[in-house]
Design a binder for this molecule. Sequence first.
Ligand SMILES: NC(=O)c1ccc[n+]([C@@H]2O[C@H](COP(=O)([O-])OP(=O)(O)OC[C@H]3O[C@@H](n4cnc5c(N)ncnc54)[C@H](O)[C@@H]3O)[C@@H](O)[C@H]2O)c1
Length: 328
Amino acid sequence: MNEVRLCDTRAKELSHVKDNDNIAPSMLDSVFFRPVHVPGRNWKSLVSRTEPQSVSPLAPLGIEAAMKAKEDPNSVVRPKIFDEFALTDRVGLVSGGNRGLGLEMAIALAEAGARVVYCFDLPKEPSEEFKASREYVSKLGNGSRLEYFCADVRNQELLWKKAEEIGDKEQRFDFCIAAAGILKTHVECLEYPGQEFRDVMEANTTGVLFTAQAAGRQMARFGRGGSIILIASMSGRITNRVRPRVSYNTSEQRIRVNTLSPGYFYTQMTTAYLDKEPHLFDKWSGRHPLGRLGRPDELRGVVTWLASDASSFCTGSDILVSGGHHAW
Ligand SMILES: NC(=O)c1ccc[n+]([C@@H]2O[C@H](COP(=O)([O-])OP(=O)(O)OC[C@H]3O[C@@H](n4cnc5c(N)ncnc54)[C@H](O)[C@@H]3O)[C@@H](O)[C@H]2O)c1
């Protein structure tokens, strides 16, 4: 109803514009409607247009569903919230998917119904954890599968080529999680060796770009939109200024780009780090108001939400899952 009222007001405000003007003036850009230039079309018909800009494939939902049910008491009413989270038949890739957060997320997406999750990582052969996860997914009974591919995310050509092959084979590309990353030992900022910094940037920044590009190119190719999730970190939240631009530039293709910033999670990466500096264990745990490190499975819900239509209006956002660390 708000939409109709807002448009009527706009129509009055713009009544000085000639009737035969077929270019929707930029003033017409409202929160709800973005009229486009339609040759031969009278802009005023666009102003009074009451259809929404987009409709959920699962419509009617929520209040609209309730109103429809009221109009037609014989209509079938059923919960749809889990349908919104469903990734039925969707295809995508997870970099760093051989273990840790990447593999945990890959399993979650498979459980949500993805047709296949391609896991990219460095080792030639996948880990025992990956093999067990692949087998586990094959037994879920929902037709979902995990596939492993040895790829270094710093190799742009290889990533583009592999994503294209996936697109050729599956004829769609819907999601991408860039979870590959490295963690170097702590060195004071003023002493930080240049090569070490370049190594980190190559894997954690350049590699993320190449991964997102590889997937984004296929998403654009199939024209069905998609969801790219960049695993960032609470540590980089303030400085990572490129994020809003990425999400803006891809918005026309209906590709959503969000970052997921975990606090301290207990994985092989952090275990190896804490083994060298055990005094940090209590410190890190205490820094989370929840008093402990996170478990990888505690990212299942958020990543499924981001990859699915349940988050269809979320782009350019950073989702913090930090055990409350950021609240200090
Ligand atoms: N665990 C945490 O507490 C935490 C917190 C914030 C952010 N993160 C980020 O989440 C991501 C996953 O972390 P994790 O704890 O699961 O680490 P992990 O070391 O268990 O997993 C990272 C995976 O990335 C792979 N990888 C590294 N370089 C690669 C490359 N060049 N090409 C392809 N694969 C490569 C590794 O082989 C590994 O399997 C990382 O980017 C990390 O920075 C982790």
